[in-house]
Design a protein around this ligand. Structure first.
Ligand code: SAM
Length: 238
């Protein structure tokens, strides 16, 4: 089986790998645990000025990325890779979450389309049946950072990218809860003590304390997650 593939269509290919070339993601990329191909949408422009956008029909501020140019870029990536799902990073999309990351990480990879300006002509999104994914309720200037967020959140789920899979299983969202607080040495820092139970060496009690903390933090900070957790039946392993 080939490695997990990320293929990105962007007007700013020089932004990649960017942070994805650093730390664990960068090492995994170097070691061939995942692959990254970036294509420049502008290479599909046919005029002297390499134009990729035009004024919106109906008027209004900003420019829109042209469907013919984006289509040509997508065909170049999709034709040899029909198995890869296509995602358009878009504030109108369904919010990215850990469940979707797990699904994507378990597949062969992903093709990511990064918008700029006001966005992309709707017809080419419809033509390619692009899934729209948002990384949050705020507007960025382009889809490149969202694409990096999506890639990093997927590749860290691939075997061998992050050291201990246990640490992934216990993280926020994996259990339906936000994570419990962490502490390390020194046991007393600035007059602040580590909770005594964590020094007890009593594994079961430590686990119970962590579950209780995770539940309390989730109930306080994310009533939406808490309601889902309660509906799913408590307790789960934290
Ligand atoms: N006019 C668009 C709107 O109001 O929804 C915003 C366009 S934004 C300035 C340009 C590009 O940035 C978008 O096409 C999209 O690819 C990307 N983008 C911006 N915010 C995003 C977000 N929260 N999630 C995913 N992509 C985003």
């Amino acid at each position: 089986m080939s490695v997990w593939q990320a293929k990105v269509a962007t007007l700013f290919p020089e932004m990649f790998p960017g942070p994805l070339g650093q730390s664990l993601a960068g090492k995994a990329l170097e070691n061939g645990k995942w692959s990254l191909d970036v294509i420049n949408i502008r290479d599909q422009a046919t005029d002297r000025h390499r134009t990729v956008d035009d004024n919106p029909f109906g008027g209004g501020a900003g420019m829109v990325m042209r469907p013919d140019i984006v289509d040509a870029a997508l065909r170049e990536i999709r034709t040899p890779n029909p198995e890869l799902p296509l995602i358009y990073l878009s504030p109108r999309g369904k919010m990215l979450n850990q469940k979707r990351c797990r699904e994507l990480a378990a597949g062969p990879g992903v093709i990511l389309l990064c918008g700029r300006y006001e966005g992309i002509d709707q017809r080419v999104l419809d033509e390619h049946q692009a899934e729209e994914v948002s990384i949050g309720d705020y507007i960025l200037m382009g889809g490149e950072l969202p694409a990096m967020v999506l890639i990093e959140s997927c590749i860290r789920l691939i075997d061998g990218v992050v050291g201990k899979t246990d640490s992934i299983d216990e993280e926020s969202f994996e259990t339906g809860l936000l994570e419990y607080p962490h502490f390390t040495r020194p046991a007393n820092w600035n007059g602040r003590e580590v909770p005594e139970i964590l020094l007890s060496g009593h594994h079961a009690k430590v686990q119970a304390w962590r579950v209780a903390q995770a539940e309390e933090i989730t109930r306080e900070r994310r009533p939406d997650l808490w309601d889902q957790y309660v509906a799913g039946g408590i307790p789960k392993r934290v």
